[in-house]
Design a protein around this ligand. Structure first.
Ligand code: SF4
Length: 445
């Protein structure tokens, strides 16, 4: 990768071009007729590529390869780094470094995407993806020198990608002894400009490394190494897990994201909507049923018979918010119980235990996203009889993976068999809650 930077740059700018065409062209075309197919309509093709392939499989690539997508293919990373090279090179302000961004940006884009029906309508896609790209450009122009400030701190999926890449079987890592030996020899190698501003001396986590390869071989200490999948979660997360990551896992990936996939299939939401609508009609309060917002606030496509009134929009937000709050609180409570049962485990153990949920949380979001892939392929009459079984196998195997992580992490804090079993037992309950939420969507309803 070091020796072929120009090839990588060509790939990056080709992706930028492709991306620009696919978010702009469908937005200026009329919406597809019902008879259109993925292969003969640019809007459906772009929809399938962005939401059916790109998004779920980029998520999967994080678990398999770490953040190679970010370092080699992501158009926003390319644009942000280019802007940073030619920009004002300002110092990074404190608000940019705020630790809450991974959660706030993820939840913000997830919820806003549902308000606009981003998976269905190209104008919504242009607004959300294009808005994020403009953000990457502006932040790149203002801050840093030839680096990716946007990707490191503000990208809406940075936190999620950072969590999933902890499971990857490969990562760039520093051998501390080699590093010390190089210093002892008095070597002064040329500094490496890490695009995500990582302290290379202490490179032990795949979370923020974009696998760009620029530091490979630095001081003979940094190398791309294999590791057991999930080993970072067991060994490294003990020192690095944060409260922000706990919240992102429990309230974000296992809460708000579940609500975002649930609401359109939930019989509870339909029941609540009917009950409130009847009550409003009885009370002669028709305005919540008749008021509509522009498409960039709530879905509004009368030609497609797809318009949210004020009641629809409010209930959508209430449903996602309540799901996030309930699931997040239950999961955090169970993690807390797991930590208590491992007493005298430190407070950091709570955050560490939360990392055990990453496999099942990531699998759920992957399955939720790939549901769109499935429904688009089903509309094209592709035989998909195997999908249910694959979903069950993925949920089952990642649940077991999470359970194994709970067992290993528990052993780090207490080697008493009963306490370790108790800690893992509360972890198992947390896993069961997440599996139940996805079971409802794919089988229960
Ligand atoms: S740590 Fe190395 S491989 Fe990772 S982003 Fe920085 S320079 Fe690239």
């Amino acid at each position: 990768m070091q020796q072929n930077r120009h090839v990588i740059q060509r790939i990056q700018w080709t992706v930028v071009l492709f991306y620009a065409v696919l978010i702009i062209v469908p937005a200026v075309h009329p919406l597809p007729p019902h008879s259109a197919h993925i292969w003969d309509n640019v809007t459906l093709f772009a929809q399938f590529l962005f939401w059916g392939i790109w998004w779920p499989f980029v998520l999967l690539s994080m678990v398999l390869l770490g953040r190679v997508w970010c370092g080699v293919f992501c158009p926003e990373g390319t644009i942000s780094e280019w802007a940073s090279k030619h920009g004002r090179h300002g110092a990074i302000p404190r608000w940019v470094r705020w630790g809450g961004w991974p959660f706030v940006a993820f939840v913000g884009t997830t919820v806003y995407g549902q308000m606009l029906s981003v998976y269905q309508y190209p104008k919504a896609t242009l607004l959300i993806l294009g808005g994020s790209t403009v953000g990457a450009l502006i932040v790149g122009y203002l801050y840093g020198r030839n680096v990716r400030v946007w990707c490191r701190y503000l990208c809406p999926v940075n936190g999620v990608f950072g969590l999933l890449s902890k499971l990857a079987p490969v990562s760039f890592r520093t051998d501390p002894q080699q590093w010390q030996a190089s210093r002892a020899r008095g070597e002064r190698p040329e500094a490496v400009n890490c695009p995500t501003l990582l302290p290379l001396k202490d490179l032990q986590s795949a979370s923020n490394c974009h696998s760009c390869g620029r530091c490979q071989g630095h001081r003979d200490a940094i190398d791309l190494r294999f590791r057991a999948p999930g080993s970072e979660v067991v060994h490294e997360s003990r020192y690095r897990a944060t409260a922000g990551e706990l919240i992102l896992i429990t309230f974000g990936l296992c809460g708000i994201a579940v609500g975002a996939f649930h609401w359109s299939a939930s019989p509870w939401l339909i029941e609540a909507k009917q009950w409130i609508a009847l009550w409003l009609i009885d009370a002669d309060w028709m305005w919540p049923l008749q008021t509509h917002a522009p498409w960039w606030i709530f879905t509004n496509y009368p030609g497609q018979n797809d318009v949210f009134n004020l009641l629809d929009g409010t209930l959508l937000l209430a449903y996602i918010g309540t799901t996030g709050l309930v699931l997040g609180s239950v999961l955090t409570g169970l993690l807390f119980a797991a930590r208590r049962s491992l007493a005298p485990a430190s407070h950091g153990a709570l955050y560490h235990l939360a990392h055990a949920l990453i496999p099942i949380a990531g699998c759920g979001v992957f399955l939720g996203l790939s549901a769109l892939t499935v429904s688009m392929l089903r509309a094209e009459h592709v035989p998909l009889f195997w999908v249910g079984s694959v979903r069950a196998v993925l949920l089952g195997s990642t649940a077991l993976w999470s359970l194994g992580l709970f067992w290993q992490i528990s052993g780090k804090y207490n080697d008493h068999a009963v306490r370790r079993c108790l800690g893992t037992g509360f972890g198992a309950l947390a896993i069961a809650v997440v599996v139940w939420a996805w079971w409802l969507l794919f089988w229960g309803w």
